[in-house]
Design a protein around this ligand. Structure first.
Ligand SMILES: CC(C)(COP(=O)(O)OP(=O)(O)OC[C@H]1O[C@@H](n2cnc3c(N)ncnc32)[C@H](O)[C@@H]1OP(=O)(O)O)[C@@H](O)C(=O)NCCC(=O)NCCS
Length: 193
C-alpha cells in the first residue's frame, strides 16, 4: 500500500539518498537540497511503502510574464524519483496525482514540466504552446515543455514566457537530453549517463 505525504524534516537524508540512487548521481539530490534551503514555498511529497520512504516529488515556484507585462505565479514539477527496486509499480503516478491535488488546493493556476508528453498527458498536461506559453529556454523543443492548467479562468486569454526564479539561475540549467526526460526537474540531467 503506497501512502503519499508531505516531506518532514526527518526525510531530508532519505530523499537525498533516493534521488542519488534513482538518478545514479548526486546532481539532482543536491538540487533538491538547494531548493529546500532557498525556497520556502516549494512543495515536496514522499511516497511510503510499509512506512518506508521510497519515492519523492518536488515542485518549485515559477512565474509567467504575460505579453502585456502581467505576472502570474505557478509551479513547476522539478524532480521526481522512485527507488530502483520500487520502480514499475505506478508510484510515480501516485506522486504526480497527489502533487497536482496539492497544487489545486493551493490555488496555483498552472503547473509546468519539461518531459515526455506520452507520459504526462495522462495527468492532463499538454504542450504549453497550445495555450500560447513558451519556456525561458528558446531552443527547448515545444513538445517537451508541458503545462497542466488548473484554473482556466485565470489563465485563458494570457500568453507569455514562463520563468524559473532568478535565484535558481545559477543552479538551474536547461536539460539537454530531452529524449530521456520524464520531468523537467532534471536541470543538469545531461550530465548523467
Ligand atoms: C521516472 C520514474 C520516477 C518513474 O517511476 P515509476 O514509479 O517506476 O513509474 P510508474 O510505475 O508510475 O510508470 C508509469 C509509466 O511511466 C513509464 N515510464 C517509467 N519510466 C519511464 C522513463 N524513464 N521514460 C518513459 N516512460 C517511463 C512506465 O512504462 C509507465 O507507463 P505505462 O503506465 O504506460 O505502463 C522512475 O523510473 C525514476 O525514478 N527514474 C529515475 C529518475 C528520473 O528519471 N526521474 C524523472 C525525471 S525528474
Amino acid at each position: 500500500m503506497v501512502k503519499i505525504r508531505s516531506e518532514l524534516p526527518r526525510d531530508a537524508v532519505r530523499i537525498h539518498e533516493i534521488n542519488s540512487l534513482a538518478f545514479r548521481g548526486s546532481l539532482e539530490a543536491e538540487l533538491v537540497d538547494l531548493i529546500r534551503f532557498a525556497c520556502s514555498d516549494m512543495v515536496s511529497l514522499v511516497a511510503e511503502v510499509d512506512a518506508v520512504v521510497v519515492g519523492h516529488i518536488l515542485f518549485s515556484p515559477v512565474h509567467m510574464v504575460s505579453d502585456d507585462g502581467r505576472l502570474l505565479d505557478g509551479m513547476a514539477l522539478e524532480v521526481m524519483s522512485v527507488l530502483p527496486k520500487f520502480q514499475g509499480q505506478k508510484i510515480s503516478s501516485d506522486l504526480v496525482s497527489a502533487g497536482l491535488r496539492v497544487m489545486e488546493l493551493q490555488q496555483y493556476p498552472f503547473v509546468i514540466v519539461v518531459g515526455l508528453y506520452q507520459y504526462y498527458r495522462r495527468f492532463g498536461f499538454v504542450p504549453a504552446v497550445c495555450y500560447g506559453f513558451q519556456s525561458q529556454w528558446e531552443d527547448l523543443p515545444e513538445e517537451t515543455f508541458l503545462i497542466r492548467i488548473l484554473d482556466y479562468k485565470t489563465v485563458e486569454k494570457l500568453s507569455g514566457t514562463i520563468r524559473y526564479r532568478d535565484a535558481f539561475d545559477v543552479s538551474i540549467q536547461k536539460p539537454a537530453d530531452f529524449g530521456n526526460l520524464m520531468a523537467g526537474c532534471c536541470h543538469g540531467n545531461h550530465n548523467n549517463p
